[in-house]
Design a protein around this ligand. Sequence first.
Ligand code: ATP
Length: 319
Amino acid sequence: MGVPNDDPCLTITGLIRDCGPVPGLDGKMIRVLAGVDFTARRGQVTALLGANGAGKTTTLECAQGLQPIDGGEVLLLGQAPYGAGADLRARAGVMLQDGGLPPSARPVALLRHIAGMYADPRDVDSLVDRLGIGSFAKTGIRRLSGGQRQRVALAAALVGNPEVLFLDEPSAGLDPQSRQIVFELIQELRDEGLGIILTTHLLDDAQKLADYVYIIDAGRTVARGTVAELTARTADHAAGREMTFTAPAGLSLSVPALDHLILTEEAPGSYTLRGTFAPADLVNLAVWWNDAGILPDSIHMASRTLEDVFLELSGREIR
Ligand SMILES: Nc1ncnc2c1ncn2[C@@H]1O[C@H](COP(=O)(O)OP(=O)(O)OP(=O)(O)O)[C@@H](O)[C@H]1O
């Protein structure tokens, strides 16, 4: 296996998409995508995040050539996907949330059938083994649990040996063991050089898997970066840290050495410090505890998670 390169496999620039006509808007079209930028690279997992209705599905459908575009540019493996031939489709694997699998088919027979349609398919037996499909190999798709169906859908997306893999909510419905298996497989495929594009509502999944993250809101790209970059403290978000500790209730909150931080007793005996911490603040805290004769029962310090960033950018209210 060669060293994977990180060339772009999907480039979306200023994507505009109008849909409709919408009956509630007197039959007018609505601008669903108003400038989405997104680049996915080979050998990386790139996550597309956004609240409900942000435009993720529409973006991916434009990327897969399932919808035309009204402005901007989409290049999948160097080609405009809408109207492209079967050759391009064969190079992209798509795992949809509802699977899109024929309900009466049996998993292994279906995978062998799909493999037969490709020039250079993956080995079906090893995929079946890897994804634990053997134990329900001959059960009809309609009788499978959601998590089993999800694993068959992933195998079906991979069997054609694609260069780019689109995964819509890959861990939806999976139990912890299956989720672990699927995550390990995604990481291996990434290391093989596949470009993997993932949409998810589970920010924890994005935090664990994604090399690069794009956040879209109301049809536009509003943030991009590695998880570390997005969660790093910036000038705007200098108050990005929070420390909590538990100690006896009713301590005096007047601590001059810490008065640049906000110290509150959120519940009896449960204290929170927020603000821009310097390492010396930990010394000042220890001096305060020492002077007051306190040994805290627990201490916890955390920085922002991807979820905090997402909520700041997409708003906390439901749309
Ligand atoms: N054909 C259409 N006609 C009218 N409105 C549409 C059409 N397609 C999408 N929309 C609207 O565009 C917006 C974006 O939809 P899209 O399905 O891309 O969002 P999403 O980010 O995938 O949402 P979710 O997380 O809920 O799946 C939504 O408000 C949706 O109602």
